[in-house]
Design a protein around this ligand. Structure first.
Ligand SMILES: C[S@@+](CC[C@H](N)C(=O)[O-])C[C@H]1O[C@@H](n2cnc3c(N)ncnc32)[C@H](O)[C@@H]1O
Length: 402
């Protein structure tokens, strides 16, 4: 696509400002990545995206406004060079950017990740000149383009599960002169034709580390991915692969989340009230309230991931002031209801073969007794027999089968 000269000039100016801002915030210390950010025209990768609208639509659904150059050039260009995630697709439906429409609600299924996080992923994965890299989740292709700038297109393979997304990303990449290996493929299986890689970096999250990724990295190579699950607990892990099919590495700190790999997304579980209606047992006093895993704090973010490992098939929904847990695999459920005496306590009622909240409480008790250790003190060990999260003062937690 040929852009008017003034657009390219404006874009270059905004790109410099963005690079300066990222550097000032400490996310662009490496001169080679800074040069890549200065060079890659992000606006060419995001011809259309959605930004949150001001008020919610009917039924309280979030309102999303389409942003394109035709609708509002200034807003589009400023957003393209802001450190923001730009959502490009909801519910797997590729929008018609010639006739974009406002929308209400929906689950984001593709985006251009905020540049600071893209850079953090490439930096944390210790990507260097000469490496061969597999990226999972091409999305818009912006992160792929940064890698091509740094490594040369020959070192970069990127796979995307959504053919419409990949087609658009490929056209933007080729239009800018980048020629990485691109394929419509499910990243759960890596990309055997390009293996072995020095690095694999995933821009979508997985319930456990896909074994194919471990098999496709050279001994000593690294995999950086985000683990997630049906409780929407997240942890990033940087694994080093050994020669015998195993991998091991620390969890990284922070509150980074990525959308789920499509096959790992949480299944719809129906109406929480239907699940609650089957709970006939007597309620008991909860030892821990749901805020331990739902509060907007870094500790809750980490705890949500830990407890998710104990109840991997559970999902959580809040309706009014009642918190529901439902497990579609075992049929177990729990509801937590405020005590009502103003003391902040909760009552829990549980049913089914798995005592969901009791399992959560066991993890919380152990975590408190261990002195509330942060993510960086946990090690994930991946081997033939499974995937285990280890900590010197805590019982081992296992991830579900990938
Ligand atoms: C956050 S977006 C990627 C952002 C991208 N790196 C960028 O900068 O534009 C995540 C992408 O992962 C893709 N995805 C989801 N599940 C996948 C899978 N199993 N294999 C490959 N790609 C997947 C989604 O379609 C989506 O485009």
């Amino acid at each position: 696509m040929t852009m008017p000269v003034d657009l390219d000039t404006d874009a270059a100016r905004l790109r410099t400002v963005m690079a300066e801002d990222l550097a000032a915030r400490g996310t662009l210390d490496d001169p080679a990545w800074r040069a890549a950010v200065q060079k890659v025209p992000r606006h060419r990768f995001v011809p259309g995206f959605y930004l949150p609208g001001e008020e919610c639509g009917g039924q309280g659904l979030p309102r999303w406004q389409p942003v394109t150059a035709a609708l509002d050039r200034g807003r589009w260009l400023a957003a393209a060079y802001s450190d923001a995630t730009l959502i490009t697709q909801f519910d797997g439906d590729e929008p018609d950017w010639e006739n974009p429409a406002e929308r209400y609600g929906g689950a984001p299924t593709s985006s251009s990740t905020l540049p600071s996080l893209v850079l953090r992923m490439w930096t944390d994965a210790e990507v260097r000149e000469g490496h061969t890299v597999l990226e999972i989740g091409t999305g818009t292709g912006y992160s792929t383009a940064l890698a091509c700038e740094r490594l040369g297109s020959g070192g970069v393979t990127s796979v995307e599960v959504d053919p419409h997304r990949l087609e658009r990303a490929a056209s933007a990449l080729h239009g800018c002169g980048y020629t990485p290996t691109l394929a419509v493929a499910d990243g759960l299986y890596g990309y055997w034709p390009g293996a072995p890689f020095d690095r694999i970096v995933a821009a979508c999250s997985f319930r456990a580390v896909p074994p194919a990724l471990v098999a496709q990295v050279r001994p000593g190579g690294k995999i950086l991915l985000t683990l997630s699950g049906w409780l929407y607990g997240y942890a990033r892990v940087l694994l080093t692969v050994t020669g015998d099919g195993t991998a091991e590495g620390r969890l990284l700190g922070g509150t980074v989340s990525f959308m789920s790999a499509r096959a790992h997304a949480a299944p719809a579980f129906g109406n929480p009230a239907h699940w609650a209606a089957g709970l006939t047992g007597r309620p008991r006093v909860a030892q821990h309230g749901p805020e331990r895993i739902t509060a907007a704090t870094e500790e809750s973010f980490h705890l949500r991931f830990l407890v998710q490992s104990a109840v991997p098939d559970a999902q959580l929904a809040t309706v009014g002031d009642v918190v529901h847990l439902a497990d579609v695999v075992s049929g177990s459920a729990a509801t937590l209801t405020p005590d009502g005496d103003g003391g902040g306590g909760w009552r829990v009622r549980e049913g089914g073969p798995v005592r969901l909240w009791e399992s959560v409480e066991r993890v919380l008790d152990a975590y408190d007794a261990a002195g509330r250790p942060g993510p960086e003190t946990f090690t994930l060990c991946v081997h033939d027999g499974g995937q285990h999260l280890r900590h010197p003062r805590l019982p081992c937690l296992s991830l579900p089968s990938p």
